[in-house]
Design a protein around this ligand. Structure first.
Ligand code: M6R
Length: 631
């Protein structure tokens, strides 16, 4: 989380920084700040504001800072409350060094105590503030050696300091002693350098750069770089100069319009028929001889043949998509599959098994825990001498140019387009589709399903754009009406079974993250083992009941809730059995296999309307960020 941006060149820094921060606000909106070296006085001018970026923009709207070198930050609070004093940039006691950081310095307490004993005064509660103080201390020590005061001196000082830091960081640093230079460094958190016309701009993510240049140099892990208007020097952790060619940025700057929608989230829910269409156009190809529709993933059949089991790592909504994926991979394609919270996997991975495929699922491609879990798996498998244990990776992401995209060439691009709302909707839908593609591919290669079953599933998928469009039409208004009745409830329980258990989890996550109403999802059969004690007439129960393997069971579980006075809402087709629901959110009668792709839509709409009715900031819910780059 947190977005950083930094610039050096010939243009005024402030507008470039503000523009970059606008594109990074999805990474956190607890506070924002900028620091620029005034080109006349050579002093650092810093401005910070609590809350959203617009507050900083108000602060600086009438200030004309003449300076071409600067840094900016948009914060998601980790250490210290979202207050101005904790907003970045942080500045050392002499006022000469300014730092912005994305990450967590895990040993900051120890460093802080030491610095305080030396007389340094801390002005914030953050972990970051130790960095400018440590750099100033290093610069002071270097000045005793009578080194020239220039960017290289800053580079040496920063290198010495980061060797003492534990944890993860992306850093950008200004020093008045080298007023045209910037030093940037990264460990585990992303940082990209853009080569513009007349400036170098660094940022946590490409959208902050894309309007200035399409030529980028992603900084690799543990690298440090010195930038001034004349050039860039990049060094690795052994202090060896790195030379590499810039790459061109594939994504163009996209201006995403809310159109007539009140919030991006609603627009993105409405984008889903098109998401389905794009996915089908890209990944379903017709064999010109047989007319047979096939999944067009870019890995050869041998790749699929060698796999005996699958492990999937993901967080949040991506984990829910992975759980549906796991169900499909096991039950449809017959491959033993386990899903792990990436944050758990990285500290307690299962014992290594041979011929395992590891799948990382992350729409942003930058989730720290998912990246760390993948890194850990690559590392421990690469150290094995037996080929059978070597890493096999697939990344499922919406950002092919992201950190996860750079880990492997086996990428499934979910092609959902930019998602602005912090709550994932269309990216979840597209992740689900990616797993359908994988399950079909595995089922074909392993022969675990008949051709007829496979063709039937493919044919059901081709109906999705229309089905989802109809669902949206049918449900938007009724979900809004239902939201009027339920916007004030305290708890909601979501129930699902089998392939729709993860949809119950996702329905609950959507509701709680944007409406701040407590919601929990359970496998319907688990209700009676504890959660049923929560039920009374004030607790609505939303049950996903799809005719198929577990329909009768889910209906019985719903009956049990009704017997405890719960108000029952069903997400189900209009069919026998569903009359028990006090309110039905009808979905078409479809094959159970593809039901998650439809069942999620009314749940997204209901959450949206409840949050909107409560007057909340649906697109930027409190305490959250779109890209979670700290552990
Ligand atoms: O970018 P990722 O898919 O890796 O993000 C994972 C989670 O942080 C994310 O899904 C989160 O749970 C969202 N708030 C869900 O709406």
């Amino acid at each position: 989380m947190c977005g950083i941006v930094a610039v050096t060149g010939y243009k005024r820094a402030m507008p470039l920084l503000i523009n970059g921060l606008k594109k990074l606000e999805y990474r956190g909106y607890d506070s924002a700040g900028i620091a620029v070296i005034n080109s006349e006085t050579k002093k650092i001018i810093c401005n910070k504001a609590e809350g959203k970026l617009k507050n900083l923009i108000n602060n600086v709207s009438n200030i004309d800072i003449k300076g071409t070198v600067g840094i900016g930050h948009t914060r998601w609070a980790t250490h210290g409350k979202p207050e101005v004093k904790n907003a970045h940039p942080h500045i050392d006691n002499s006022g000469k060094v300014a730092v912005v950081q994305n990450g967590i310095i895990e040993n900051y307490q120890e460093l802080k105590i030491k610095l305080e004993k030396e007389g340094i005064i801390f002005n914030s509660d953050t972990d970051t503030e130790v960095i400018p103080h440590l750099i100033q201390k290093e610069l002071h020590a270097l000045s005793q050696l009578e080194l020239e005061s220039n960017g290289s001196t800053l580079l040496v000082a920063v290198r010495n300091v980061i060797s003492d830091l534990e944890g993860s960081y992306a850093l950008a640093i200004l020093w008045t002693g080298a007023p045209d230079s910037l030093v940037v460094a990264r460990r585990q958190a992303p940082l990209i350098i853009g080569i513009g016309e007349g400036e170098f701009i660094c940022a946590s993510d490409t959208p902050a750069i894309a309007n200035l240049t399409k030529i980028i140099l992603p900084l690799e892990d543990e690298e440090i770089a010195l930038l001034n208007p004349l050039g860039i020097e990049i060094y690795n952790s052994n202090n060896e100069r790195q030379f590499r060619n810039p790459i061109s940025l594939q994504t163009s700057e996209q201006v995403i319009d809310k159109m007539s929608f009140r919030h991006y989230m609603l627009k993105e829910i409405y984008d889903q028929p098109e998401t389905a269409k794009n996915w089908l156009d890209k990944f379903l190809i017709k064999d010109s001889d047989t007319g047979q529709l096939n999944i067009n993933y870019n890995f050869d059949t041998k790749f699929f043949e060698s796999i005996e089991r699958i492990e999937i790592v993901a967080c949040g909504t991506s984990k829910h998509a992975a759980m549906v994926g796991s169900f499909l991979l096991e039950q449809f394609a017959g491959i033993p599959t386990n899903v792990f919270y990436a944050s758990e996997f990285r500290y307690s991975p299962p014992p290594l098994l041979p011929n395992t495929l590891t799948i990382g699922v992350t729409q942003s491609g930058e989730t720290a825990d998912t990246i760390a879990a993948i890194n850990m798996e690559i590392q421990r498998r690469s150290s094995m001498s037996d080929e059978k244990y070597k890493p096999n990776l697939i990344a499922i992401t919406n950002r092919v140019e992201s950190s996860i995209g750079r880990k492997t060439s086996n990428i499934i691009d979910i092609c959902a387009g930019i998602e602005i709302g912090v709550a994932a909707t269309k990216t979840f839908f597209a992740q689900l589709l990616s797993f359908y593609g994988l399950a079909i591919k595995f089922a074909q290669v392993k022969g675990s399903q008949s051709e007829k079953n496979i063709n039937q599933l493919i044919s059901e998928l081709t109906n999705l754009p229309l089905l989802v469009e109809q669902l949206l039409e049918k449900h938007n208004h009724s979900a809004e009406k239902l939201a009027h009745d339920f916007f004030n409830v305290k708890d909601v329980i979501f129930l699902g079974r089998g392939i729709n258990y993860p949809i119950a989890l996702e329905g609950a996550l959507k509701l709680k993250e944007i409406s701040y109403i407590h919601a929990a999802g359970y496998p319907a059969g688990e209700m009676k083992h504890g959660p049923i004690a929560l039920l009374d007439k004030k607790v609505p129960v939303i049950s996903i009941a799809i005719p198929g393997e577990v329909f009768d069971k889910v209906i019985s579980n719903a009956q049990e809730a009704k017997a405890r006075d719960a108000f029952l809402i069903g997400v189900a087709p209009e069919c026998n059995g569903t009359e028990i629901f006090d309110h039905l959110m009808p979905i078409p009668s479809i094959n159970e296999w593809i039901s998650p792709l439809l069942a999620i839509v009314p749940l997204q709409l209901l959450s949206y309307h409840i949050a909107a009715h409560r007057g909340l900031d649906v697109d930027q819910p409190r305490n959250l960020a779109k890209s979670v780059t700290v552990e």
